[in-house]
Ligand binder design. Sequence first.
Ligand SMILES: *[C@@H]1O[C@H](CO)[C@@H](O)[C@H](O)[C@H]1NC(C)=O
Ligand SMILES: *[C@@H]1O[C@H](CO)[C@@H](O)[C@H](O)[C@H]1NC(C)=O
Length: 244
Amino acid sequence: MLPLIQPCFSGMILMLLVSNLFLWEKVSSAPINASEADLSDLKDLFDNATVLSGKMAKLGIIMRKEFFINSFSSDMFNKFILDLHKSMEKTIKAFNSCHTASINIPETNEDVRKTSFEDFLKMVFHMQLAWKDPLKHLVTELSALPGCPYSILSKAKTIEAKNKELLEYILRIISMVNPAIKENEDYPIWSDLDSLQAADKETQFFALYMFSFCLRMDLEILDFLVKFLKCLLLYGDVCYVSEF
Ligand SMILES: *[C@@H]1O[C@H](CO)[C@@H](O)[C@H](O)[C@H]1NC(C)=O
Ligand SMILES: *[C@@H]1O[C@H](CO)[C@@H](O)[C@H](O)[C@H]1NC(C)=O
């Protein structure tokens, strides 16, 4: 599949992860020091957080698809994707232009092993903070765009709402795991508002194209990370399986 449509690594890792989980029954070593009661509370928080992240990842995929099939945007979106795929260089540039590219998500098995529970938690937190304002702007701009279908706008609104809700859970988890992680930490700042508000339709729709592409990818990564954190909490080191 074309990389700009189908970033699927996280789904694959997760599938293997889940299938491997059933091979193990005992917790090896908990990734954090917490009392039994705290662990139980954390598990409850993660149960809800993973439901939210899963719903958000699905919505990201569906919203991206809507842009491609709805006559509101389909002509532009299909033109952009054809243009991008004419040049490998352009494709790679677009791929790396997401504002969250600076969050270093471990990609190899070895990198994953070197990443601690807390570092994964920080990644989730930074990813969420990085999307908070852009999602607010997306909803505002789509609402103002003549002809924007409800099917797209409603998904943007739901993703924004769920992102806020998930952030609440992540903050509660952070307060239990390491309160030193604070909201004023560095996180990637989105700076594409001018393009999203551009009077030139092509510029504006290209901004929407990249926005929905990056969001879709990040929501899948976010879902993977939240599920991976839950795995680490419940099963410890066995989550770092080597078989995938
Ligand atoms: C938990 O605490 C013990 C004893 O204080 C320490 O040896 C261990 O490294 C800690 N584990 C983690 C994951 O912080
Ligand atoms: C998880 O969600 C349910 C349903 O919304 C809620 O009743 C419960 O209190 C939540 N759990 C935690 C730990 O917040």
